[in-house]
Ligand binder design. Sequence first.
Ligand code: AHR
Length: 500
Amino acid sequence: IRAHLTVDPHFTVGPINRRLFGSFAEHLGRCIYDGIYEPSHPTADEDGFRSDVIDLVRELGVSTIRYPGGNFVSGYRWEDGVGPREDRPRRLDLAWHSTETNEIGLDEFATWLQKVDSELMYAVNLGTRGVLDALDVLEYANLGSGTHWADQRVANGRSQPYDIRMWCLGNEMDGPWQLGHSSAEAYAQLAATTAAAMRQVDPDLELVVCGSSSADMPTFGEWERIVLEKTYDCVDFISCHAYYEPKGDDYGSFLASAVNMDRFIDAVVATADSVKAVLRSDKTINISFDEWNVWYQSRYHEVDRITDVHSWPVAPRLLEDSYSVLDAVVFGNLLISLIRHADRVTAASLAQLVNVIAPIMTEPGGPAWKQTTFFPFSLTSQLARGTALELRLDTPTYSTQEYGDVSLVDAVATHDEGGTTIFAVNRSLSEEVTLEIDTRALGVVDRTEAVSLFDDDIHAANTLDDPKRVCPRVNDSAQIAAGAVTITLPPVSWTALTLS
Ligand code: AHR
């Protein structure tokens, strides 16, 4: 099977914003406690943070990290997590039926972020709280000194404000599972008032209003329209969230999950631009795709979920999905979709980071290891530089139950003065594909470097017992000819090919 690609640096989509490679750390399961923070671990540093995890997060190459939730944030009192640790209350976390000890809060998390060299993106609670609490945490985080909350931060040993730029106005307020879930009209009103108030403190904040928690929500589309009509002038981003998992053994549809993500993004862009037209606005609202991943959500509902009224564990094992090669190929394809929309998706957060639907796993007192999904993320973050390119891709198609006929190969390219990188997936379950790339517009190409992620066993995964079972391999099938490069893409594979 052959597919054909033409790459031309003149046909650009838009600049690659580093914020596309963000992630998300929620107070959920063992993400924060027994993940990022484990003071008794042999690698723990002076602040109780695991150094092996810090090293892996740095290697992963994450830019912005969204915190502290997620569903958790809708019941969170941020001030519980600051000040002397011994005074911090233990609270019910209704979202995950757990106990929140509040050992980690904004100050500790900001310290950890410095160690991993990432930017903080903070979500305020608009589920059970409102304007005043958002203003208080903004003052605590961003103002110098001389007023109550700023002085509290200084008293807590942080003289320098954090200068957080990106703020989420609540989380998934369209979801009936969300504490304080409301109608689009009610949420839009609260988000608009909160945004306006926060801008009275700092007009340059970058504010993210909640879009739909999935394109399958019954309110999808109308939610975006109503929310944006009310908030358009005072927000910068609308959020998208999407999680994918196979239905039974329908791997063909699962491998085409990025088709769904493409359509989701296109629909939200169309809705935002339609509101722009109706409002006669000059401003463009972009997307913060601030939760995306493969997530075996059915497993959470059937196995993990805690419901016993007397059971409120601290840091239980929740959402600890183990990712296969198949999952990683779908995941790599989702990154391709995000890059393809780099002009309008200018921020994104892989949900999540450690232990909870995560590229990094840890064992208490034991090792930390990379899941299969670690590799497409770290390689894309490292290699996607400069500008996203529009490609001409001629590929065979295959038929899926969920999305009809879809491309067998999907690809995107990025380009800067150092070279061009093509990210490609072969969605075929059985056939390899020869990808022929027309490189004439790139000038002389005399060097190729390629790595692929694939395996004879598409269900192979890295586990505590076998943490290095899967890793990317050098793909040495690339061949350079006059004005062309060919490369073989194995079945169910993700590839990064750099041309220079
Ligand atoms: O990432 C896990 C959960 O998924 C988040 O808490 C929530 O926002 C979403 O439903």
